[in-house]
Design a protein around this ligand. Structure first.
Ligand SMILES: [Cu+2]
Length: 467
């Protein structure tokens, strides 16, 4: 199962929050703050009134409902402690907005006047900075520099006009190291005033964030600068990240923000794409070129556009392979080629949170049920129709399907491959002799006696049962 999305549950949440805003809070001075604690993806929040646009879909997230007050669009963010499930089996205690991290995506239209209330329910002061936005200096949210910090229990208001369309982020500029390491961030999408401009069929958005959470723990180490062990799309790791279902030949946009401490080369299989936007604006067509991987720098947004013209299940992931594994993978000792099977036991006994990898590589880790500390995810996990996927972290799947209804974002299940189109085993004789570089030595493996995979006899380890 690639993803355990509860789509219907998600839409129920959306409906409840929308009616709450248009109902009893309508007359209140401050709009009610809708909240959700569900990590399920909410269907796109179509514009109920005002200008037409193609709403975005937030991976494992949702869009913040608003209300109109005169010609102001009013939103209410609540900064508060939250719990977030990274994937089934692991939940962290973090900080966020309106019940979740990342906070809800804010969507509005170029030219809109927005009034955003921010209530601080954190145990310390905060602010909100609107990353990438062109706005009056006093609305920029840099605590101490452009405004007083928002004290605990107080509500501040930000008011500005959205002068350009694009993809932005929001996050504190107040005890930043702690507050961002705790998950305080969200996406802010401003749609073009002319709905025909930059129009796509499906528009996904998410922010990358990273956490250092010891196996078995549920709080991140906030002072960590380099050594993170949970690499997330919207505070979810594979196999907890929503898949991206798209119709065949859909024009698809994916907007990717990076609020981790390192760059992420984001790679899509089976298609080429163009980078069409940054947090600075739309990239002119004359400045675009074809890519299959694009680097998303720290503190930046990149938006890619792809014509999904190849049916299938296409991997979409960070190309730093350490970022496609979960916490338990970050302490392994390399034993490839070592015949001393006893070494695995010694290492594991001496340092219980250190995992000894096999002498034939680590792929077996994807198949085994390891004795893990509670609240800890295996380093590689997730099962596809052909077996273990051996991934974690920043990995999801673009699922291109013929005949998908325009607003259907449910996981369409595994791709049904046409007969004869999957790589398969053949008789060796059919393959012929493999040419080798002249003078190249034989693989050392040939000279070593065949051995069992060490680790398979480690106590508590057993092969996973596939169904
Ligand atoms: Cu990465």
């Amino acid at each position: 199962m690639l993803s355990r999305r509860h789509f219907l549950q998600g839409s129920a949440v959306a409906l409840a929050t929308v009616s709450a805003v248009s109902g009893r809070a309508q007359a209140a001075a401050i709009p009610e703050a809708p909240t959700t604690s569900s990590p399920a993806m909410q269907p796109p929040l179509a514009p109920a009134n005002g200008q037409d646009y193609q709403p975005v879909v937030t991976l494992n997230g949702w869009t913040l409902p608003w209300r109109m007050n005169g010609d102001w669009k009013e939103f209410h963010l609540v900064a508060e402690p939250v719990t977030r499930e990274f994937a089934p089996g692991m939940t962290a205690n973090l900080w966020g907005y309106n019940g979740q991290t990342p906070g809800p995506t804010i969507e509005a239209v170029e030219g809109d006047k927005v009034r955003i209330y921010v209530t601080n329910k954190l145990p310390e002061h905060t602010t909100v900075h609107w990353h990438g936005m062109l706005l009056p200096n006093g609305m920029d949210g840099v605590g101490g520099l452009t405004q007083p910090h928002i004290p605990v229990g107080k509500t501040f208001v930000y008011e500005f006009q959205l002068t350009k369309s694009g993809t932005f982020m929001y996050h504190p500029h107040s005890d930043e190291m702690v507050q961002m390491a705790m998950g305080m961030m969200g996406s802010f999408v401003v749609h073009p005033k002319d709905p025909s401009l930059h129009r796509v069929d499906r528009d996904f958005v998410f922010i990358m964030s990273a956490y250092d959470i010891e196996p078995g723990a549920s709080l991140p180490k906030v002072a960590e600068m380099t050594d993170f062990n949970l690499w997330t799309f919207n505070a979810r790791v594979f196999p907890g990240i929503d898949v991206m279902p798209v119709g065949l030949n859909d024009r698809v946009r994916v907007r990717i923000g990076n609020l981790t401490m390192t760059n992420h080369p984001i790679h899509l299989h089976g298609h080429d794409f163009r980078v069409t936007l940054t947090d600075g604006g739309w990239v002119p067509e004359s400045a675009q070129w074809p890519e299959v991987t694009t680097d998303v720098p720290v503190g930046a947004v990149r938006g890619i556009e792809v014509i999904a013209n190849a049916p299938g299940d296409w991997a979409f992931h960070c190309h730093k392979s350490h970022h496609t594994m979960n916490a338990m993978g970050h302490n392994v000792v390399n034993l490839i080629g070592l015949p001393e099977r006893a070494l695995a036991k010694v290492v594991t006994t001496a340092a219980p949170t250190t995992m000894a990898m096999g002498t034939d590589g680590m792929a077996m880790m994807g198949e085994m049920q390891m004795p893990l500390p509670t609240n800890t995810l295996p380093m590689m996990t997730g099962t596809g129709q052909f077996g273990p996927i051996e991934m974690g972290g920043m990995f999801t799947v673009l699922k291109v399907r013929e005949g998908l209804a325009p607003n259907d974002y449910r996981d369409p299940g595994p791709y049904q491959f046409p007969p004869g189109t999957v790589a398969h085993e053949v008789e060796v004789a059919d393959a012929g002799e493999a040419p080798r570089q002249p003078g190249a030595s034989d693989s050392p493996k040939k000279e070593m006696p065949k051995m069992d995979m060490p680790g398979t006899d480690m106590p508590g380890m057993k092969h996973h049962d596939h169904h």
